[in-house]
Design a protein around this ligand. Sequence first.
Ligand SMILES: *[C@@H]1O[C@H](CO)[C@@H](O)[C@H](O)[C@H]1NC(C)=O
Ligand SMILES: *[C@@H]1O[C@H](CO)[C@@H](O)[C@H](O)[C@H]1NC(C)=O
Ligand SMILES: *[C@@H]1O[C@H](CO)[C@@H](O)[C@H](O)[C@H]1NC(C)=O
Length: 294
Amino acid sequence: MLRISLLQAILSTLAVALLIFFITFSIHYNSPSSTPTSKNMLLQETSHPQPHLSLLIGILTQPDRYDIRHFLRLVYGTQSSPIARIDVKFVLCKLTKQEQRVLVALEIIRFNDIIILNCSENMNSGKTYTYFSSLPRILSAPYDYVMKADDDVFLRLKPLALSLQILPRKDLYYGFVIPCPSMNPFVHYMSGMGFVLSWDLVEWISTSQIPANSTFGPEDKLVGEWLNRGNKAKNRISDKPAMYDYPGTNGRCSHDLIPDTVAVHRVKRWDQWLRVLSFFNVTKDIKPSKLYNV
Ligand SMILES: *[C@@H]1O[C@H](CO)[C@@H](O)[C@H](O)[C@H]1NC(C)=O
Ligand SMILES: *[C@@H]1O[C@H](CO)[C@@H](O)[C@H](O)[C@H]1NC(C)=O
Ligand SMILES: *[C@@H]1O[C@H](CO)[C@@H](O)[C@H](O)[C@H]1NC(C)=O
């Protein structure tokens, strides 16, 4: 009897020692000695066969558009993708009114999803250039991809992440190629509705003289011209028909809503937003509760 409990004691001591050893070892394994890039960090933290990717979506909008930010926070706050870390931020130029300084400050405190750039809010006066070129300086860590999106586009984060997952992480320019009927991503440029650049191209924009020298004009067209002149973006993907303009709003850039959608652009009116949100079953999984009789 005594011998058995002695054996048990030895065994459990051994088990505890082994456990401590494994815990120590795994903590050690998870804390690399040098500072890793964000991607390495993600790779280490996951056992998925496919690496996670990180994406910053910057929605270019104006300070006074409080309502649309409120609405888009709901639209994107209720979506996620298991294969990607996606941050959605609203990108503004410098605030101009006292009222904005208070109200936008409240948003920053509450949501921490605002970027204010050193620029002024005029169409086609270099905001997109300021956005991309500022990022390497103002972000504390890089993303694999950076997107510029309009505030009248509906993005579906899961399909977007799935599309990007299989694409190169370098020298990538992804979006909806203009002109509308074109299927050749190497001619002309990706529509400003929403296009993605890999981080190396963001860095290139922030350091090269080519973009710095041409910041005035249609912003989406300029990005295509910079990349062409710099002989950049060997990897180009035009994700048609998954990206498009809202049905009937823009000729051959528009088509009907389809299940395999990444982005619907030119969603401006409430009836259009409602049709889009219904079509994609955005509110279908609402859990029943006694708190709301719906
Ligand atoms: C903001 O931009 C202006 C005009 O380009 C420049 O003179 C100024 O130094 C910039 N300010 C900061 C903080 O970078
Ligand atoms: C910048 O633009 C000026 C005027 O168009 C041109 O002369 C110059 O060569 C350009 N520089 C670069 C690096 O593209
Ligand atoms: C929305 O739900 C309906 C009914 O379950 C389904 O038939 C349809 O395919 C769904 N639409 C999308 C885009 O997933």
